[in-house]
Design a protein around this ligand. Structure first.
Ligand code: ATP
Ligand code: MG
Length: 564
């Protein structure tokens, strides 16, 4: 027996107009179709239809997490400060963290993610290698004071996340737990009907090694990723790597100094010399933990400071200021070239490969140098991928020009390693009686965000259009209006419910058929069954919400079709 929801009694108020502040399709439609209402900036109430979809997503996630042996727990959202002090995240999170005080003035936080607490729980519960591996998960409310909570439930300040954590005694064990999650995620997103790509990611503030993101391509997405049109390579823009290919067998002339007055920028230099910016070598000076370092990239490329920071972490990367040049005769601002930088560490993009020749600063005011050859006239201390990726850059896997697309991050899997285990001294007794440090993985799915991502990917100009697994009902029965039609609609609804089909039935009196049809399109249940013109004969019309295909069926045929 499945539920029959009668719209005459259901709290659902649809809106004809988009909410004024809504920019994205999912935001507009979820509000208009009566699924969610804004309570405050980035804080949302889930109304009955919305709660059903949210629960359906959570159910699929739960089933697949259980299938890989995950054990569901529920941790508090209100957490003490101390564990987050121990990990450093009380400070690292900065303004993103919701901090609260209790009546005694003690500090608490609203959990943005729970690595610290899970580590403590496993330390309390598991003492031997026999207790591991273990996978724990929860589906719970998370809090992040996002700078720009927009796009409705896509980016909330309060949101639902499935977070899980794996605990293993060996690195191989961690790889296995990670693999289990990866497969579970593939099943989850396939069942939800989401189009997604798996991309390698940088692990950011979490610290750790292997990390992949699950991205749902959508115009409303806030993530840009690169997608290879020819092979299955896809990556976060920050994770794209460019191969270092030395250039051999090309003879270059000697270094030649050029008079280049008033050309402190690449644009002015390229114009003055009549060369493309790509022929020049740009040397950006930065401070790494207070020490000046030069970063060389082709003149037509931008340095991605975020990427540079990722590579050099935990060192702090800052831009240089005028003061840093005081007493540094070797650094001529605007005219720096690597051939004169003996006292400065030189980091370069792999495009500045051994054997390539460049026009670059001559380390003298108003002068540049031509034919400055990498490996002959200067050495690169470290090659790092630090340029901003651009459309058309070669695919690291097959060389085809890459495409850039927008996407929504719906899931993220990390091999965290021993970072948190070190902080909390999480050891278990090993097989040989000696303590073993535990290694961890951390895995998230944005459950409420997945609802918005699904709405983004499946909606059309008429409204929402849910895949059946997540839809608030399997069929939307619409009674066109007359008493006889309502009677038939309720009768078929009851029979469908008895047969295990989840039904939403529009039995509202005094609402025109036109409004009901518009609402059914907006609400987006995948099948619409109309008791209309031929109700007296017991014939209904079944319409596929997505394709618009219609078919006339008797009650018995409709039940057979919908239970198939
Ligand atoms: P983002 O880059 O979008 O801010 P994140 O990388 O900080 O996300 P994680 O810490 O990886 O997020 O959290 C796990 C998952 O939780 C994300 O993959 C995403 O699906 C979801 N999520 C994160 N922040 C939000 C939010 N503000 N609202 C809704 N879902 C979120
Ligand atoms: Mg993430």
């Amino acid at each position: 027996m499945a539920q029959v929801q009668r719209m005459s009694r259901l709290m659902v108020k649809t809106l004809r107009d988009d909410p004024a502040d809504a920019e994205t399709l999912s935001h507009k439609l979820l509000v208009r179709a009566g699924y969610v209402r804004r309570t405050s900036a980035g804080i949302w109430t889930w109304l009955p239809l919305g709660k059903k979809v949210l629960e359906n997503v959570a159910r699929v996630v739960r089933e697949e997490m259980d299938a890989i042996g995950g054990q569901e727990v529920l941790l508090p959202a209100l957490l003490p400060r101390e564990p987050y002090d121990a990990s450093g995240r009380w400070d690292e999170y900065g303004d993103l963290l919701f901090r609260v005080k209790d009546r005694k003035g003690a500090d608490y936080l609203l959990g943005p993610t729970h690595e610290e607490i899970f580590t403590q729980i496993v330390k309390d519960q598991c003492s031997s290698y026999k207790d591991l591996p273990v996978i724990l998960y929860q589906i719970q409310t998370k809090y992040r004071d996002e700078a720009r909570p927009r796009s409705g439930v896509l980016r909330g300040r309060e949101f639902q996340m499935k977070d899980s954590y794996s605990f293993d005694t060996t690195d191989e064990g961690l790889v296995e737990s990670y693999g289990l999650h990866r497969e579970a995620y593939q099943k989850i997103f396939a069942r939800l009907g989401l189009d997604y790509r798996i991309v390698s990611a940088v692990s950011g503030a979490m610290g750790g090694s292997a990390s992949e993101e699950f991205l749902a391509p959508a115009a409303a997405g806030e993530d840009t990723f690169v997608d290879c049109p020819a092979c299955d390579y896809a990556a976060n823009t920050e994770a794209v790597t460019f191969a270092l290919t030395p250039v051999e067998g090309v003879e270059h002339g000697p270094v030649e100094e050029l008079d280049t007055p008033d050309t402190p920028t690449i644009e002015t230099l390229a114009e003055h010399l009549g060369v493309p910016a790509s022929a020049t070598l740009k040397n950006l000076l930065v401070k790494v933990d207070g020490e000046i370092v030069a970063v060389g990239v082709p003149g037509d490329r931008e340095v991605d400071l975020g990427k540079l920071g990722e590579h050099l972490a935990p060192a702090v990367v800052e831009l240089v200021t005028a003061e840093d040049f005081v007493g540094r005769a070797d650094l001529v601002r605007g005219y720096v070239g690597p051939q004169g930088l003996d006292k400065v560490r030189y980091i370069a993009d792999p495009r500045v490969a051994p054997g390539t020749a460049w026009i670059t600063g001559a380390n003298k005011a108003d002068k540049h140098a031509r034919n400055v050859v990498c490996g002959r006239d200067f050495e690169v201390d470290d090659y790092l991928d630090v340029v901003v990726v651009e459309e058309g850059d070669p695919c690291p896997a097959c060389g085809t020009g890459l495409k850039m697309d927008r996407a929504i991050e719906i899931g993220h899997i990390f091999q965290l390693g021993r970072k948190y285990a070190d902080t909390f001294q999480l050891d278990v007794l090993g097989q040989n009686g000696k303590p073993v440090r535990v290694t961890m993985g951390s895995y998230g799915i944005g459950v409420s965000r997945a609802v918005a991502a699904l709405a983004e990917q499946s909606a059309d100009s008429q409204g929402l259009c849910w895949p059946r697994e997540v839809a608030p009902a399997d069929v939307h029965v619409v009674a066109a209006g007359k008493a006889l039609q309502t009677e038939l609609a309720l009768d078929v609804s009851e029979k469908l419910g008895a047969a295990g089909v989840r039904v939403l039935v529009d039995d509202r009196a005094g609402v025109s058929p036109g409004v009901k049809f518009t609402d059914s399109e907006l609400i987006g249940v995948p099948q619409i069954l109309v008791a209309g013109r031929r109700s007296a004969e017991g014939v209904l019309e079944l319409k596929d919400r997505r394709t618009g295909e219609r078919e006339e069926l008797t009650v018995a045929e409709a039940i057979a079709r919908l239970t198939a």
